[in-house]
Design a protein around this ligand. Structure first.
Ligand code: B1M
Length: 215
């Protein structure tokens, strides 16, 4: 049986091949994908963050850890995005906000939403407000999802909401925000419709807000 601490270690050490191999092995052994993700990959990345904060790790180490985590997430993708229904629940436009290059959490949220039956348009990282507006118009999105991992890029969420307002489409969409430094209070203060602390609750929140809006 795969030891998930070993998987976390592989992420911490940036050992991509080992992370991929252990993730695949855990799946083959019938382990739950959410458990592999939370207790292996996310737990490892948590340690990376702590080491980075204490100056025990620098950017290159964090980058190789992120590369290992992303490669292992690709192994989980087919399971996380497996869907039973055919008609998408709604279209979600999602992106990491302007100035912010962190995308692991955003990618996870996108995968889980896809798995829950949403059509997801992923705008990537460092997304300017205007790009969100264009994408909502182009794809007829009902939900706008924004991710930020830096306290310095959180204000870009407010800018994006203001830009959606200026474009006259703010009330057509549900705005959801998330990312490690975010709180419900911050989400309320910038006028977002919803906040979720992790990818699984982001799916619940999206469904809840959608049904409220339809009611
Ligand atoms: Co950066 N970084 N980083 N980094 N990095 C953090 C965020 C930091 C907390 C590290 C630390 O000091 N401990 C710190 C931010 C401090 C702050 O602002 N308070 C930091 C810093 C300072 C920086 C730089 C400024 C460093 C520098 O250059 N001096 C720089 C900024 C670059 C930029 O963006 N402009 C930088 C760069 C990088 C890398 C490029 C090296 C790399 C990113 C690689 C990549 O993403 N492709 C990186 C990484 C990996 C991290 C840490 C270690 C890990 C982030 C992560 O992937 N976590 C991070 C420390 C940490 O968070 N422990 C750190 C795992 C991921 C699954 O969690 O993203 O929180 P998370 O997503 C969760 C939830 O937040 C939520 O669901 C996800 C899944 O459960 N969620 C949503 C996320 N988005 C959501 C959206 C929703 C709903 C929920 O609705 C739409």
């Amino acid at each position: 049986m795969v030891d998930l601490n070993e998987l976390a270690e592989a992420v911490i050490n940036g050992n991509r091949d080992r992370a991929v191999q252990l993730t695949q092995q855990a799946l083959d052994e019938g382990m739950d994908a959410a458990r592999i993700l939370n207790e292996g990959l996310i737990a490892g990345m948590q340690v990376v963050g702590e080491k980075f904060k204490k100056n025990e790790f620098y950017i290159p180490e964090v980058l190789v850890a992120a590369r290992a985590m992303k490669a292992a997430m690709e192994v989980l993708r087919p399971i996380l995005t497996e869907r039973s229904d055919i008609q998408p629940l709604a279209t979600v436009v999602i992106g990491t906000v302007r100035g912010d290059l962190h995308d692991i959490g955003k990618n996870l949220v996108a995968m889980m939403l896809e798995g829950a039956g949403f059509r997801v348009i992923d705008l990537g990282v460092d997304t300017p407000p205007e790009k969100f507006v264009e994408a909502v118009k182009e794809h007829g999105a009902r939900i706008v999802g924004m991710s930020a991992l830096l306290t310095t890029t959180m204000p870009a969420m407010k800018d994006t909401i203001e830009t959606l307002k200026a474009a006259g489409i703010r009330d057509q969409v549900i705005i959801m925000v998330g990312g490690a430094p975010l709180t419900q209070e911050y989400a309320d203060s910038i006028g977002a419709d919803g906040y979720a602390p992790d990818a699984a609750s982001a799916v619940d929140k999206a469904k809840e807000l959608l049904s409220k809006k339809a009611a």
